[in-house]
Design a protein around this ligand. Structure first.
Ligand code: FE2
Ligand code: FE2
Length: 298
C-alpha cells in the first residue's frame, strides 16, 4: 500500500522579483500588471502560509511520494523559484521522494526555459529513468510497485493572452518508448489537462494543443491514471471509451477559497483518493471528498 501527496499550482512569489531591463519589454511586464493590479496576486495572498501548512502536514502523514504538477511561481523570476523550492522543501531529505513537472508560469518566456531556472531549483525532484539521456522529459520514477511518469506539457507563449500547452511529438515518442519498458501500474504527472471538469476540451487559449496526440501516446505507453493541475478548481473524470483511464485535477493548493490538494492510497491498482481543503479559521486541512479509482491497465 502506497500513500502519495499530489498538489499543484502553488504560484508562490516574492516582493523583490529582480527585474532586469529586458524583462520590462517582455511578457513579464503584462504578467506583473495582471498579478499586482488585476487581482491575481490578491487571490494568492495566503499562498505561502497554506504551502507551509501543507508541507508541515506532509512531514507526518507517512507519504511514500510527493507529486507536484507545476506552476511553482507566478512570473518565473529566479527569486520566485528559490523561494518556492525552499518553502516546498526541495532537497529536504526529511520529506519523501518527490517528482515534478514545470507549469506554464514556470516556463513563462523562452528565455526562462533557456536559462533553466525551474530545472536548477527543482533539480532534486527531476531524478528518474529516461529513454534518452540528453532529454529532461519525460522521466519515470519507481515508488513501490508504481511507476510515476513525468511529462512536460508547458511551453512559453509569446503573449499573455494565451496559456496554451504542448507536449511535442518527439517527447511523446519518448513517452511511448519509456512506457513500454516499465512494468506495473503507470501514473502520469503533467501540468495540462486533457479535458475540463465537464469532460470538454478547454478553451483554445488555455488548452493542451496536442491533446489528441498526447492521449494516443499515453494510451500506447500504458498510462493508467493521468494527474494534472493548470485548472485551479479540482475535479475527477472517470474512464470513458475515449479516455480509458481516470484523469484527476488537483486544482490549486494555495488559491484563496479553492486551496486543495489530493492524497492517494494505492493498493495494487485500486486508488482511494481524498481531497483535502484548507480551513483558514481552524488553521488545518479537512477532508472534502473521497473517490475510489482504479489505475487502468493489465
Ligand atoms: Fe496555475
Ligand atoms: Fe498553469
Amino acid at each position: 500500500m502506497l500513500r502519495f501527496l499530489h498538489y499543484s499550482d502553488v504560484h508562490l512569489t516574492v516582493p523583490k522579483l529582480g527585474w532586469r531591463p529586458r524583462d520590462v519589454f517582455s511578457k513579464k511586464a503584462m504578467g506583473w500588471v495582471n498579478v499586482r493590479l488585476l487581482g491575481r496576486g490578491h487571490r494568492f495572498r495566503h499562498a505561502a502560509t497554506v504551502a507551509d501548512a501543507m508541507i508541515a502536514d506532509a512531514r507526518h502523514r507517512g507519504h511514500d511520494g510527493i507529486l507536484f504538477s507545476g506552476d511553482a511561481t507566478k512570473l518565473a523570476f529566479e527569486p520566485e523559484f528559490a523561494f518556492a523550492a525552499e518553502r516546498l522543501g526541495v532537497g529536504d531529505g526529511a520529506l519523501p521522494p518527490a517528482v515534478c513537472v514545470p507549469g506554464n508560469h514556470d516556463y513563462y518566456t523562452r528565455r526562462d526555459v533557456r536559462i533553466g531556472h525551474f530545472e536548477k531549483h527543482f533539480g532534486p525532484w527531476l531524478h528518474g529513468e529516461r529513454v534518452d539521456g540528453t532529454h529532461r522529459y519525460p522521466f519515470a520514477r519507481r515508488v513501490g510497485h508504481v511507476w510515476v511518469v513525468c511529462l512536460n506539457s508547458s511551453h512559453p507563449s509569446v503573449l499573455n493572452t494565451t496559456a496554451r500547452g504542448t507536449a511535442g511529438r518527439k517527447q511523446l515518442e519518448r513517452l511511448v518508448k519509456l512506457g513500454r519498458i516499465l512494468d506495473g501500474p503507470k501514473v502520469l504527472v503533467t501540468h495540462y489537462p486533457l479535458r475540463t471538469a465537464r469532460g470538454k476540451l478547454e478553451r483554445r487559449s488555455h488548452r493542451l494543443v496536442d491533446h489528441a496526440l498526447a492521449l494516443a501516446a499515453a494510451r500506447e505507453a500504458g498510462i493508467g491514471l493521468w494527474l494534472h493541475g493548470h485548472i485551479h478548481q479540482p475535479f475527477v473524470l472517470t474512464p470513458t471509451a475515449a479516455i480509458p483511464f481516470p484523469v484527476v485535477c488537483a486544482g490549486s493548493a494555495t488559491q484563496t477559497n479553492k486551496w486543495a490538494h489530493n492524497e492517494y492510497v494505492i493498493d495494487g491498482r485500486a486508488v482511494n483518493m481524498t481531497r483535502r481543503v484548507w480551513n483558514p479559521t481552524e488553521g488545518r486541512f479537512e477532508e472534502q471528498a473521497k473517490v475510489k479509482l482504479e489505475i487502468a491497465g493489465a
